[in-house]
Write a protein that binds this ligand. Structure first.
Ligand SMILES: NC(=O)c1ccc[n+]([C@@H]2O[C@H](COP(=O)([O-])OP(=O)(O)OC[C@H]3O[C@@H](n4cnc5c(N)ncnc54)[C@H](OP(=O)(O)O)[C@@H]3O)[C@@H](O)[C@H]2O)c1
Length: 287
């Protein structure tokens, strides 16, 4: 029986990255749909749940991606609303790599140490990766703040996190490097989750910040999101801080993404979202 993955992407063009990792994770065939939304996903789900016998349904799975978290979450809810009794398949939610990237970054930050009681600041934290990293840092016991260029955008993101995950995240409007440096004052953990190729902080701003202990940069496209953090850094030491670069923790992100795809095909009722994906990441980090 072939392992079939249905890739539902809220963007018009389904992600090639998610497609490749789907195959590398063990899918035999992937059908990738773009422009998927909560209103049009129903018939696609019916095709997935009504076609195979109960014991064979684990060979069909759904992956939800796309750049817009809110639309992705609405698609996830619509997919789950179609399931009943044994008529269901396993689902992975990873809009823009949000869960797998945040899980890999935070798993490394928390590896061999506790983050409880620490203050974490996520630069440009209103995007998919930043939002999920906020959840995971809060789950680890850190108090979390996110910066962004516009307060209204940040508050919308923080409200969504509160209603979906029950966590309090502080919003700090900080549109310039100087203001982002000021937002990092007193922080122990700094994570840059800005758009690709945007530098959010100058090197001196973290090097001369006495409270910072751990720094991670998710941006893999030059220039760095945090100047002076090496792309390949994985626990490197500099100016008394421990550094993680985008490719340094990106190896875990990729391995995690593949491992999650493989798990989808082990049962027909798995939901891989933020907390489940983080649990898997914690089991893989450092191996
Ligand atoms: N290392 C890995 O394995 C891996 C995997 C996947 C993704 N990534 C990277 O992770 C990062 C975060 O991904 P994402 O999808 O969450 O990012 P995103 O949605 O593209 O951007 C995140 C935030 O960046 C801010 N931003 C955009 N343009 C900006 C500018 N010119 N100046 C300052 N801030 C700006 C925006 O916040 P405001 O509008 O609120 O300011 C936006 O919400 C990206 O760099 C992505 O390439 C890394």
């Amino acid at each position: 029986m072939k392992k079939l993955l249905y890739q539902f992407d809220t963007d018009q063009q389904p992600s090639v990255f998610d497609n490749v990792v789907g195959f590398d994770g063990g899918a035999d065939h992937i059908s990738a749909y773009g422009g998927v939304n909560a209103a049009n996903v129903g018939p696609l789900v019916e095709g997935a749940i009504f076609t195979r016998s109960p014991k064979d349904k684990k060979n069909t799975a759904v992956f939800i991606g796309g750049a817009n978290m809110r639309e992705g979450e609405a698609v996830l809810a619509a997919v789950q609303a179609k399931f009943f009794a044994k008529f269901r398949v396993s689902v992975m939610f990873d809009c823009n790599g949000s869960n797998t990237t945040a899980a890999a970054a935070v798993a490394w930050l928390a590896h061999g140490r506790t983050l409880a009681g620490k203050r974490a600041v996520i630069l440009a934290g209103s995007g998919p990766v930043g939002q999920r990293a906020a959840v995971l840092l809060a789950r680890e016991g850190a108090s979390v703040a996110v910066t962004g260029r516009k307060r209204a955008v940040l508050e919308t993101a923080c409200d969504a996190l509160k209603s979906r995950f029950g966590i309090e995240v502080q919003a700090i409007e900080a549109p310039t490097n100087v203001e982002r440096g000021a937002a990092a004052a007193g922080a122990h953990i700094l994570l840059a989750a800005g758009a690709a190729g945007i530098t959010l902080l100058d090197a001196k701003q973290w090097q001369e910040n006495p409270s910072l202990e751990l720094i991670a940069d998710a941006n893999a496209s030059p220039p760095a999101g945090i100047d002076g953090v090496g792309l390949m850094d994985r626990g490197a030491s500099s100016h008394g801080k421990i550094l993680f670069g985008a490719l340094g923790f990106g190896a875990l992100k990729l391995a995690l993404h593949r491992a999650c795809i493989a798990r989808l095909f082990e049962q027909n009722d798995l939901l891989l979202d933020t907390d489940e994906i983080y649990r898997i990441a914690k089991g893989m980090v450092g191996n």
